[in-house]
Design a protein around this ligand. Structure first.
Ligand code: GRF
Length: 193
């Protein structure tokens, strides 16, 4: 007998993010591997051949665009594209350029970054080495909103990492990255809820 039963389909709405990278892209990979995160596109400021993160995009079928240090064009293009595609969150993952004050203002509350220290300690590009050399017993990972400064925006989440006596910079770096790869996708999903 033919039944005209109505089947209720639960629609899962996955909101899109854009990811800005400049290098290896292990954090990007953690996002790619998370089935609940939808990456609309990946943007880099560097020559594509030096950005291994982009190989991860190619393997995953994610489109990317390179802006060769032209931040003005990068910001103009991404603003237009993100508005059109309803990108909800701009995720910096090892992106080594400061965004302009106007861009940060336009996307206020929608740009986040991950930093390998317990901010406000050890801002900047060599946080893991600096914390190690300082002899801290605990360091960690911070996810924060992006403002006009470098690693100065308000903190969203932090997780500590204990520095063991036998740690070297390399082993500490591995421990920090392991924490980053769990924390960042979790924060992203929490923010998109
Ligand atoms: C991470 O340690 C992140 O905290 C910092 O840059 C590094 C990027 O690593 N902002 P990867 O490119 O994600 O491997």
């Amino acid at each position: 007998m033919f039944s005209n039963a109505c089947i209720s389909v639960t629609r899962i709405l996955i909101m899109a993010i854009a990811v800005f990278v400049s290098g290896t892209g292990t954090n990007l990979q953690a996002m790619i591997d998370d089935v609940d995160i939808d990456i609309e596109m990946v943007i880099t400021n560097r020559n594509a051949k030096f950005v291994s993160a982009l190989r991860r995009c190619e393997n995953a079928g994610i489109s990317w665009i390179s802006y060769l240090n032209n931040m003005e064009n990068l910001e103009k293009y991404t603003t237009e594209t993100f508005e059109e595609k309803n990108v909800e969150l701009i995720v910096l993952a090892g992106f080594m350029k400061l965004l302009s004050p106007a861009y940060v203002k336009r996307w206020e509350g929608k740009i986040i970054n991950i930093h390998p220290s317990l901010l406000p300690s050890f801002k900047g590009a060599h946080a893991i080495e600096q914390a190690f050399e300082y002899g801290v017993k605990y360091t960690g990972v911070t996810v924060h909103y992006v403002d006009e400064g470098m690693d100065t925006g308000s903190i969203i989440a932090q997780q500590t990492v204990k520095v063991a006596k036998r740690d070297t910079v390399e082993t500490l770096e591995k421990k920090i990255h392991k924490v980053e790869h769990k924390l960042y996708p979790k924060v992203i999903k929490d923010l998109l809820k």
